[in-house]
Every structure is written in structure tokens, then in C-alpha cells.
Design a protein around this ligand. Structure first.
Ligand code: ADP
Length: 207
């Protein structure tokens, strides 16, 4: 856990055993792991709120294209940093939903599409309206995942590849929150992915 390395490195510094030249490096690790711990706590709080179904906010009409666009702008530094091309093909369409939960849902999937993308990769957001169904697609050309991982990524604390995930502020809780939000809002969520090629998440909403 992040706390184990935070305590370990802090103890090394406190006891005077750390070499002068290592102190800055250890402090950086403590800072990074501290941030990871904060993210885990934040995610656990969100999950427990979802477990209790204690969301007071009522549903309202929300423009899906605008929510997606806001999300793209919020993460622009991150996507630009990896030279990722983002295409928002979602058309203007309003759904009746819980705004903060819906934002959280899109954000979690979108953030992963950046995090697990390759440098110079692509993300496409799209939507489709059928008779009584509305679909939202978030597709990336990233590292993808195996069939075994696809079956398990919505589980709590599941990391598809622990070594690669460690460096990326991973908690293994993001998609568990996604699944909980979908259950709460009565949406279906599916993933289709190919290792090394990319992943496509589909949210299916009854209208
Ligand atoms: P986190 O991203 O914090 O590790 P998540 O619950 O969001 O946790 O994701 C669980 C695992 O699913 C990740 O560790 C990652 O390996 C895999 N994953 C999620 N989204 C993608 C994606 N778009 N492409 C490839 N792998 C992904």
C-alpha cells in the first residue's frame, strides 16, 4: 500500500540512515505515494456513498455533448502531454440524469483512455440514438487489455498489470465506481478491447 512506502522512506530519513543525496528522491516518492493515498481515500468515499445510495441530488436534463466537451477540456494538459488526438463526435442530445454521477462516469472512463493510451494515440467519443436506446462510446487506441482482464476490470482494486499501473496513480477503483454508477442509474456498461490495439467502452441507456 502507499502508506507502507511513505512510512518506510520517512523512517529512513528520520533515523538519519538516508544519504544526503537520496533525501530529495525519497521525499518525491513520499509526495507521489501520498497523492495516490489521497486518491484511494477519495475513491473509497465515493464508493461508500454509492453503496449507501445516499445521493440527494435530483435528476435533470443534461446535454451529453457538453459534458463530454467539458471533460476533454479539463484533461487537455494530460492528453496534450501525450500528444493524443481527441475527437468528440457526440451530437447534441439531452438525457435526464444525475449530473455529478454522470460527469463522474464519463470522467473515469475518459481519464483511463488517456492514462492507458500510447503517445500520439487517439480517443474518439461518439454516440448513437436508436428507437429506445441511447449509446455513448469512448474508444482509445491505447495499450488495450487481455480477455481475462476485460472480465475483471470492474472489480474493486483490480489492476490489470500491477507493475505498469503503479506509476500511473492507479487505485483500481475507477472502473468499480463506473460500474456502481451505472447500476445506480440503470445503465449498462460494456468493454471491448484488444491487447496492444485499444479499448472501447459502451454505455447503454434506456430512453
Ligand atoms: P486504475 O486506473 O486506477 O488502475 P480502474 O478501475 O480505472 O483503476 O481500472 C482498472 C484496470 O483496468 C487498470 O489498472 C487498467 O489496467 C485497466 N484499464 C482501464 N481502462 C483501460 C483502458 N482504456 N485501456 C487499457 N486498460 C484499461
Amino acid at each position: 500500500s502507499p502508506l507502507t512506502s511513505i512510512n518506510g522512506y520517512a523512517e529512513l530519513i528520520a533515523s538519519g540512515l538516508a544519504k544526503e543525496e537520496d533525501v530529495k528522491n525519497f521525499a518525491e516518492i513520499i509526495y507521489k505515494e501520498g497523492n495516490r493515498l489521497l486518491k484511494i481515500i477519495d475513491d473509497i468515499l465515493k464508493l461508500s456513498k454509492l453503496d449507501e445510495k445516499s445521493f440527494e441530488e435530483s435528476k435533470k436534463s443534461v446535454n451529453v455533448r457538453e459534458i463530454a466537451e467539458n471533460c476533454i477540456q479539463r484533461f487537455k494538459t494530460l492528453s496534450d502531454g501525450k500528444n493524443i488526438t481527441v475527437e468528440n463526435k457526440i451530437e447534441d442530445y439531452n438525457i435526464n440524469t444525475n449530473l455529478s454521477l454522470f460527469e463522474n462516469l464519463i470522467t473515469n472512463i475518459y481519464e483511463n483512455a488517456i492514462k492507458y493510451n500510447k503517445c500520439g494515440g487517439k480517443i474518439i467519443l461518439d454516440s448513437k440514438l436508436e428507437e429506445d436506446k441511447y449509446y455513448i462510446y469512448i474508444e482509445d487506441t491505447g495499450i488495450g487489455m487481455s480477455k481475462e482482464d476485460m472480465a475483471r476490470i470492474f472489480e474493486r482494486f483490480y489492476l490489470a498489470d500491477k507493475s505498469r499501473a503503479r506509476n500511473m496513480k492507479s487505485t483500481g477503483l475507477g472502473l468499480s465506481i463506473v460500474k456502481h454508477i451505472c447500476d445506480y442509474l440503470d445503465y449498462d456498461i460494456e468493454v471491448d478491447s484488444k491487447l496492444g490495439e485499444g479499448s472501447k467502452f459502451t454505455i447503454e441507456i434506456d430512453i
